[in-house]
Design a protein around this ligand. Structure first.
Ligand code: F3S
Length: 755
């Protein structure tokens, strides 16, 4: 069963009742985002007005989606919850662990052999706990979700930042860390600060070479990579309704690149067409019945300044194709001569070596068909490819249909490599070089979303530019970054000057979608007999053991590290090559805090072992303390744990025996993650006390036995010379969170409650 129409009908029934109630309470018309948020409150019918950017609110999402890299730890944790099945419809998608090299057939075979234990684990856990499983090669999580699960007015969370893609079908869809997903799988609420709202009014109409991608590239230029933080972006206006549903998905997808909580569009005919084309006429029928609830109240869009915190207007008729990059997705350049100047000024290589079309951002049927219209012109006009071309279709359904309709054949005639229906180069799974670190400076163009240094091919000298699929195709054929297909001609094999015509394509396949095996495995109705096999010698997977409570007396704890300056979750648990160990807590713990700067010597991964007086790597020193049965403390600066919401950054220190993290201030998600893992996340009552902490300090908690909400804790820091400082620390634990601490973790508590 791909989706549950009864569940969707129930969401709509709730929506009508709850939105009416919210309108009464707030006394004003509602935006679409508010309608979806108010109709998904954990408590049910709204009882009070929620303050944007201030109130923390418990929500009840309708669905969860996980990708293979993040699903490993999420599911390992869920197994600890003692539940027979997930409480909310959940799917797992194998898309991140497939490297692009030779082409789909060979690459998929290779991935199935090198990552078989991870795929088998995810498949068996999914089967056991009622989770839908999408096999390697079935497609990229967000394209598969859009085709099968997203529905107007719904709320979903996913363990991937581009979960926001489902906003293209009118959802509020948000990327979260694994620990949040586990809570919802286990039947708990999901908490979010009630977001601010940015309204983007789209007037005019896209035409010619301009595509939905250019809309979000323009928005990124306006708002920059931080401009959407803490906000939902709601698009509206005639320009919005004139775009395809998958085009809207592209725009919402890259909302992640402006830091937005999510982005969404009101229900319209393009969504209805997409639902019907993807075999969900019943969802379209149900949505049609509550149409007015699936978009903002008319007054909101008539007078947006009054109802949104910020309003931006973009006239699509005036928008031209853009190229954003390199190294950041918000650095916009108009295609053509602007690029010649900028590239020369900044020493960006003008020769383009690769064009890549795909990723969850731009791998729909429409994207491939429009790009193929350019490729077909290259064939017809006798043009030779000047760079290499790679294609990642978004799903097996898109691939099969595009193959049937001759689209992939056109790319193949240009010697393009058709890679697996998977993330591939978008997540650095691209075997482009044998030694990427020392690879030469070069430029590539792609239709993906992120273009940070090393992201695609591991080469810090690759200048990656982001564009629409049709512009990517044209630039790849021309082989020049500053090629403007609107004005520039190219010389063909016969020495003639030729120009491209505007791209053409189909919003949806004229002959309908088709697929033989979409790669979906439904879970068994009763999976209780399914055994989860994890090899004890596995490097990549390790079943979790419940954490032991830290208790109400902590004395003699040693300082592991006093982190200086920025300490993000990347500094605490690095990504890159460590991705491989995401499902093996003990192995990945070997990267714990290796990026944090030691305040005493300003070096990374070089801290004093107080037991020996010697300096060593942080994980090694911590393991020595653990062996000696000594608890440790991590001290940090402001906004400790900012960045990705990965729960590994809390689980690893916990696993290695760190008892408390005391900082000037926390990034909130990381603070919550520490609480969930049964640790102490504390802040200095007096920030200046950070300076009192010395390298050889030992800590005694003086009143941990009185741990209670809103009550400071007192810690004695004993210095090497025997002198002492009394340090007061604050915390934000409520009663329930103190129970997590007392039981050893939130999951331990859930398990006890289920017993
Ligand atoms: Fe995959 Fe890249 Fe999207 S990693 S989920 S294709 S952002």
């Amino acid at each position: 069963m791909a989706f549950d129409i009864d569940m969707i009908k129930q969401v709509y029934a709730n929506m009508t009742e709850r939105v009416d109630a919210a309108r009464k309470i707030t006394g004003q018309p509602l935006t679409l985002s508010e309608k979806i948020l108010y109709s998904h409150l954990w408590e049910g019918k709204p009882t009070k007005e929620l303050v944007r950017g201030k109130d923390y609110v418990d929500f009840a999402p309708d669905r969860i989606a996980c990708q293979d890299a993040t699903a490993q730890m999420a599911l390992l944790q869920f197994m600890q919850a003692g539940k027979a099945k997930v409480a909310v419809p959940t799917t797992v998608h194998c898309d991140h662990l497939i490297q692009a090299k030779e082409g789909a057939a060979t690459d998929l075979k290779h991935a199935n052999s090198t990552s078989s234990e991870v795929f088998n684990f995810l498949e068996s856990v999914s089967n056991k706990y009622g989770i839908g499983f999408w096999k390697p090669g079935a497609g990229i999580i967000h394209q598969v979700v859009l085709e099968n699960y997203a529905f107007p007015g719904g709320m979903m969370i996913g363990t991937d930042s581009h979960t926001v893609n489902a906003g293209g079908l009118g959802m509020v869809a948000i990327g979260v860390g694994g620990a949040d997903a586990v809570d919802v799988m286990a039947g708990m609420a999901w908490e979010l600060k009630f977001p601010k709202l940015i309204g983007i009014k789209l007037t005019g109409k896209l035409s010619g070479w301009t595509a939905p991608k250019d809309v979000i590239l323009k928005v990124a230029e306006i708002l920059t990579v931080k401009g959407g933080t803490g906000a939902i972006v709601e698009y509206f206006g005639p320009g919005a309704t004139s775009m395809s549903c998958t085009g809207k998905g592209t725009i919402c997808n890259m909302g992640a690149e402006i830091g937005a909580t999510t982005s969404t569009f009101g229900y319209d005919e393009s969504m209805e067409r997409y639902l019907r084309a993807t075999d969900r006429a019943d969802v379209a029928d149900a949505a049609n019945e509550v149409k007015e609830y699936l978009t903002a109240d008319a007054e909101v869009y008539e007078n947006p300044e009054k109802y949104f915190d910020q309003v931006i207007e973009i006239n699509l008729s005036e928008l031209g194709p853009l190229l954003n990059g390199p190294f950041t997705p918000d650095l916009s350049t108009t295609v053509g001569s602007d690029m010649t100047k900028k590239a020369n000024d900044n020493d960006w290589p003008l020769t383009v070596e690769w064009g890549l079309i795909g990723s969850c951002t731009n791998s729909s049927y429409e994207d491939l068909s429009r790009a193929s219209s350019i490729a077909q012109q290259a064939i017809d006009k006798g043009l030779k490819m000047k760079s290499e071309l790679g294609i990642n279709p978004g799903s097996e359904q898109v691939r099969y249909t595009a193959d049937r309709d001759g689209i992939l054949g056109i790319f193949e005639k240009l010697d393009a490599k058709i890679f697996t229906n998977a993330c591939g180069p978008c997540i650095g799974q691209w075997a482009r070089y044998s030694d990427p670190k020392n690879a030469p400076k070069n430029s590539i163009v792609h239709s993906f979303n992120r273009n940070f240094a090393k992201r695609a091919d591991g080469n810090p000298n690759t200048h990656a530019f982001v564009a629409s699929p049709e512009i990517t195709a044209a630039i790849a054929i021309a082989g020049r970054l500053d090629f403007n297909p609107l004005t520039d001609s190219l010389i063909n094999e016969n020495g003639e000057e030729v120009m491209f015509d505007e791209p053409t394509g189909w919003e949806l396949p004229p002959k309908g979608f088709e697929v033989k095996d979409n790669g979906y495995l439904a879970p068994e109705e009763d999976g209780s007999h399914v055994k989860i096999a994890v090899n004890e010698d596995s490097e990549r997977l390790q079943l979790l053991e419940p954490f032991t409570p830290l208790g109400d007396t902590i004395t003699g704890a040693k300082l592991l590290i006093k982190a200086f300056g920025k300490c993000t979750t990347d500094h605490i648990s690095m990504a890159g090559p460590w991705l491989r160990f995401r499902g093996h807590l003990d192995n990945i713990a070997n990267n714990t805090l290796i990026g944090a700067v030691n305040a005493f010597n300003k070096k990374t991964n070089f801290v004093k072992n107080q037991l020996t007086g010697e300096y060593n790597a942080v994980p090694a020193v911590q393991r020595e303390y653990k062996k000696a049965g000594i608890k440790t403390i991590v001290v940090g600066d402001h906004n400790y744990g900012e960045g990705s919401s990965r729960e590994h950054a809390a689980m690893q220190p916990r696993h290695l025996g760190v008892a408390a993290v005391i900082v000037k201030s926390f990034a909130r998600i990381h603070e919550t993650n520490l609480k969930k893992q049964g640790m102490l996340g504390l802040t200095f009552a007096n920030e200046a006390d950070y300076d009192l902490i010395q390298e050889n300090d030992t800590f005694n908690f003086l009143d941990l036995n009185e741990f209670a909400p809103d009550k400071q804790l007192t810690i004695e820091a004993v210095h090497e010379d025997g002198s002492k400082d009394i340090i007061k620390v604050n915390h934000t634990y409520n009663d329930a969170q103190i129970k997590w601490y007392q039981k050893g973790s939130a999951l331990n508590l859930i398990k006890l409650q289920n017993a």
